[in-house]
Design a protein around this ligand. Structure first.
Ligand SMILES: Nc1ncnc2c1ncn2[C@@H]1O[C@H](COP(=O)(O)OP(=O)(O)OP(=O)(O)O)[C@@H](O)[C@H]1O
Ligand SMILES: [Mg+2]
Length: 307
């Protein structure tokens, strides 16, 4: 997983690491839930909302379209209610409830979360690279696993209890044996998926979270704060990568004052980064002479990032 503040290089590094691993012969999926469709930009193809798209040998990219997922999710809920209760058509109140619920941000988030779980539990690739949305939001997604986990355990326990009462009632009334509890089955299914995905997200052996930062004062401060929060969610922090480091060879005689100052400032910030994060700083990627789009540029970043 690549995380960090907005615009520092998460998508760039995700693409570069995906490229490098694919070149080593691993099957790789780079994916994001970002509505900005940045993977489409960097790989220069339309990827948004169309499932995994093959970029080159061993490398696929996928961008989840949250709106589309919410619609599919609503339809799934309708279908489940129809099946469970044997309705041909949903009662008006239920339909309007579903409509209202879809306006909730939580609906979008849980649809996205669900899509990410789908991707992770399918185990079709050797490596999954999760190009995260900017920090605050990413933290929210990661915390969802923990929150859902606790919530679903409670609901499941309640349902088990209710079922016992139902059975006693059925026995007293000498009703036929109850059908298998469809709701409980559904809850257990959701619970297993959430457990599986939060296990993956916090598994130090298989998951690594990389912070992307640049040598600037505010970014260093924000990264430090965010790192504290990520620790609380047991995100397995692998280390920090510093992006957009101005190349030393710029320091030629006759360099305009403006650039001389910038290089000097950057030097101080790099020292600060090393002082704060020490051996958790895994590497530096220089600022290249143009934006990173297309496989040739991605390959250059990959060389700095992974070799
Ligand atoms: N080392 C670099 N040299 C030159 N340009 C770079 C470098 N790293 C990133 N960029 C450029 O900076 C911009 C932002 O990078 P990127 O999209 O990877 O950031 P991000 O962290 O994914 O942003 P967001 O938070 O919006 O998702 C892009 O235009 C990218 O091409
Ligand atoms: Mg991005």
């Amino acid at each position: 997983m690549f995380g960090g503040k907005g615009g520092l290089g998460k998508t760039t590094f995700s693409a570069a690491m995906g490229y490098w691993l694919a070149k080593q012969g691993h099957r790789v999926l780079v994916f994001s839930v970002d509505p900005q469709a940045s993977l489409s930009d960097i790989f220069q193809q339309n990827i948004f909302g169309v499932g995994p798209v093959k970029i080159m040998d061993n490398l696929w990219a996928q961008e989840i379209d949250a709106d589309q997922r919410v619609k599919a999710y609503q339809e799934e809920i309708r279908q489940k209610i129809r099946d469970m209760y044997g309705f041909d058509k949903l009662p008006e109140e239920i339909e309007s409830y579903i409509q209202a619920a879809s306006a909730e941000p939580a609906m979008e988030e849980s649809a996205i979360f669900d899509a990410v779980v789908d991707i992770m539990v399918a185990r079709e690739y050797d490596y999954y690279i999760y190009d995260l949305v900017p920090l605050g939001h990413a933290l929210y997604y990661l915390s969802m696993a923990t929150v859902y986990d606790a919530w679903i355990d409670k609901i499941t326990a309640l349902r088990v209890q209710m079922r016992e009462y139902d059975q006693v009632a059925a026995h007293l009334k000498k009703d036929a044996a109850l059908d298998e509890d469809a709701i409980l089955k559904e809850l257990l299914y959701i619970r297993d998926r959430i457990h599986a995905s939060s296990r993956i997200l916090t598994d130090r052996e298989h998951t690594a979270f990389f912070f992307v930062l640049v040598p600037e004062e505010m970014i260093i401060l924000d990264t430090q704060k965010a790192a504290e929060l990520f620790k609380r969610f047991k995100v397995p922090l692998a280390g920090y990568v510093v992006n957009r480091v101005l190349p030393e060879e710029l320091k030629a005689p006759g360099l305009p004052e403006h650039f001389r100052r910038r290089l000097e400032m950057q030097g101080q910030h790099l020292e600060e980064i090393n002082r704060l994060f020490g051996d958790q700083v895994l590497g530096q990627v220089p600022e290249l002479e143009r934006d990173i789009t297309g496989l040739t540029m991605i390959a250059r970043v990959a060389q700095y990032l992974c070799e």
